[in-house]
Design a protein around this ligand. Structure first.
Ligand SMILES: [Zn+2]
Length: 378
């Protein structure tokens, strides 16, 4: 392998919006002694040969022989410290992906982990596990939703050992409930073939595509609401962006219609779009009423959640992404749009299934405690 090949496959998937939203996902290559893994906080599409962190696989392996504290905060801190200690000399300034351990235990040279909306239509659905067994007939492993980091790697390790014991070979496809997919192979061509196989299988079951064509927009009112919502972030520096299309128009019809996107599907959705979108029931034909409804509901919502919503949906109007910068507001809306697609795809697999509340709380806490330090939720 050359680091150029790893860069190329990372950029290939990273620049395809069907696979990667907001730079999420990660890639790696390994040989006997070293793992080359994408650094945390670098978008796949922007990878260069310097984006990868060289890790000592022997040092990583020692993590499995250790006993860590039961408390999740202490455990994750210690595992993180051990992971940092596994960086090869000269790599100390880089931060490896939080899923480094998971990449290391997969017994194939190449690993490409992504969160495609079609895949998450399966992993975030009511029948995800059953459908995975039926569609992929023993070719894929299903991992129930767990917190990212050490616990997730441990669950995958156990599931792989069981798969190997039963079939005499390791699994090349691993679906993670409410997260995405890990695809592994001994060549980049093998990765591409597996992704094609996954997407074809899913396409054969998906019976409705999201309709993101433009719906009628009440631009007048939504435009006037932008400064109101932007202002709600508190310090006057907030930004808001608006979106409406046919799919969103159907979702914002009333509170019940909004249910399929009312909570979080995956950690990335929480990190960028928040776990609790605000739904504002209002008479959107009356601007003054809308403004006072929005201010009142915003306050109640922010007070209850302890943080400012990144997504605000206004009944029969559309959806606003809100953030402290244009980029943050646009990202919130981008991830919400992805959640809309995921919600539509789940219809083909029994309907939406959100992340369990304790795991949503874990990511929100992680977001506050760790995301600042440049470790992404993966
Ligand atoms: Zn991920």
């Amino acid at each position: 392998m050359s680091i150029e090949e790893l860069t190329a496959i990372s950029r290939y998937y990273g620049s395809n919006p069907d696979y990667v939203i907001a730079g999420g996902g990660n890639t790696s290559f390994k040989d006997q002694s070293a793992l080359y893994i994408k650094g945390s906080g670098i978008a796949l599409a922007d990878c260069t040969p310097e984006s990868f962190v060289r890790m000592d696989r022997q040092v990583l392996q020692r993590i499995w022989a250790k006993t860590y504290p039961a408390s999740s905060d202490e455990r994750e801190d210690e595992v993180l410290a051990d992971m940092m200690a596994a960086r090869k000399p000269g790599e100390e300034r880089k931060r490896p992906s939080v899923e480094t351990l998971l990449h290391d235990i997969l017994p194939f040279a190449w690993v490409v982990h992504t969160h495609p909306a079609q895949v998450n239509g399966l992993t975030c659905s009511q029948r995800g596990e059953t459908e995975t067994k039926e569609l992929f007939a023993g070719e894929a492993v299903w991992i129930p939703a767990v917190n990212p980091g050490y616990i997730l790697s441990q669950k995958v390790k156990q599931a792989m050992d069981a798969y190997r014991a039963a079939r005499g070979r390791p699994p090349a496809i691993i679906f993670l409930q409410n997260h995405g997919v890990f695809v592994s192979s001994d060549s980049p061509a093998g990765i591409q073939e597996l992704y094609r196989y996954i997407m074809e299988k899913l396409a054969s079951k998906i019976n409705r595509q999201p309709d993101v064509s433009g719906g009628l927009s009440r631009w007048g009112i939504s435009g006037e609401l932008i400064p109101v919502l932007a202002d709600s972030t508190g310090d006057g520096s907030g930004k808001a962006v608006f979106l409406r299309n046919r799919e969103i128009a159907a979702l914002v019809k009333d509170r019940a219609s909004f249910y399929p996107v009312s909570s979080a599907f995956t950690p990335d959705h929480i990190v960028y779009a928040g776990s609790d979108p605000l739904f504002i029931e209002t008479d959107s034909d009356n601007f003054e009423t809308a403004i006072s409804d929005i201010r009142r509901l915003w306050k109640i919502h922010a007070g209850r959640a302890g943080r400012i919503p990144k997504i605000a949906a206004v009944q029969s109007m559309g959806v606003f992404g809100i953030g402290s910068s244009d980029k943050a507001a646009a990202l919130a809306l981008e991830l919400f749009t992805d959640a809309v697609k995921v919600a539509v795809y789940t219809e083909s697999f029994g309907g939406p299934r959100f992340m369990p509340q304790d795991q949503i709380d874990f990511i929100n806490n992680w977001e506050v405690e760790r995301y600042r330090s440049g470790i992404s939720a993966g």
